[in-house]
Write a protein that binds this ligand. Structure first.
Ligand code: CP
Length: 320
């Protein structure tokens, strides 16, 4: 198995073979998670702390379940009731928790780059659970596993990422991963929701859903990230849905067997039609949630192996 990383901070740091290693190991955890007894001792004796400075349902719940299913002691730090509210900084908070000897620290933070900074201050493995509009690596990995299971491969596919690209860490991590695995990526959305320098990203850019979706294998919808917007980016939600919301009529321009994805949380009737989101013949949204637990188990298992090897080498006096 090839996986050299000490932390999981972003897809940009992973080589294609490391991505394949995560996906292959995650497959074994998909099987485990479908059993009645969902238990492994891959993290037995280890301590995992989850620090979420931004709201989350899927990512926080799945990291917690993942750690527990792997046998770790899991602690969820309640940021709302922590000394962060008294002005303690992120780094002081992280160093305080680091002194309690955790092995894995899972962090979500609204500031891009905050998780990388924190990783330099602690001596455990750090997993980025989403930092600002920078990266959400486990989301891109779980999306890749979902696509690979639905399409039988994660290469040579045409994938449309639609909506609020500018504010989306999910879009950024997926764009990097899909590019590394040699897929063709199209970005579809209004110019106001495209990142600056979009022309340099190596993908096709469309402002028309029907044109952009033509012959796509995968259609990935994104939420309008209102919490990261400081002004008006769309005329109205009604107008946005009319032009960029995915419904059966627009989906008909993609391949007949194209799958519909959404990282959640969804805004039905804004970026996606509610009936389409629930259509189990086209939508893999619930599969994405299921794959999230397995992928997070795989990531923590691999990082724990590297951590044990590093500590073992250090104890033996070998330079690491
Ligand atoms: N996809 C995702 O990150 O969802 P949550 O914000 O609910 O964790």
């Amino acid at each position: 198995m090839t996986f050299r990383a000490r932390h999981l901070l972003g897809i940009e740091h992973l080589a294609p073979e490391e991505i394949r290693t995560v996906l292959d190991l995650a497959e074994t955890y998909v099987d485990l998670n479908r059993r009645t007894v969902k238990h492994s001792d891959a993290l037995a004796g280890m301590t995992q702390i989850n620090m979420f400075f931004e709201a989350s349902t899927r990512t926080q719940a799945s990291f917690e379940l993942a750690g527990k299913r792997l046998g770790a002691d899991v602690m969820n730090m309640s940021v709302a009731h922590s000394s962060v509210k008294k002005g303690e900084t992120l780094i002081d908070t992280a160093m305080t928790l680091n002194a309690m000897h955790p092995d894995l620290l899972v962090v979500r933070h609204p500031a891009s780059g905050a998780v990388d900074l924190l990783a330099q201050k602690v001596n455990c493995a750090v997993l980025n659970a989403g930092d600002g509009r920078h990266e959400h690596p486990t989301q891109a990995l779980l999306d890749a596993l979902t696509i690979r299971r639905a399409k039988g491969r994660i290469q040579r596919l045409t994938v449309a990422i639609c909506g609020d690209i500018a504010h989306s860490r999910v879009a950024r991590s997926n764009l990097i991963l899909l590019g590394k695995m040699e897929n063709r990526v199209r970005l579809i959305g209004p110019p106001t929701l495209m990142p600056s320098g979009v022309g340099d990203l190596g993908c096709e850019v469309y402002q028309d859903m029907r044109e952009g979706l033509k012959d796509c294998d995968v259609v990935m919808m994104l939420r309008l990230q209102r919490e990261r917007m400081d002004g008006g980016f769309i005329p109205s939600e009604r107008e946005y849905y009319h032009r960029f919301g995915l419904d059966a009529e627009k989906l008909a321009f993609a391949k007949e067997d194209a799958i519909v994805m959404h990282p959640g949380p969804m805004n039905r009737g804004v970026e996606i039609d509610g009936e389409l989101a629930d259509d189990i013949n086209r939508s893999v949204i619930q599969h994405q949630v299921e794959m999230g637990v397995a992928v997070r188990m795989a990531c923590m298992d691999l990082l724990a192996r590297n951590l044990r090897a590093e500590r073992g080498a250090r104890a033996a006096g070998v330079m690491v």
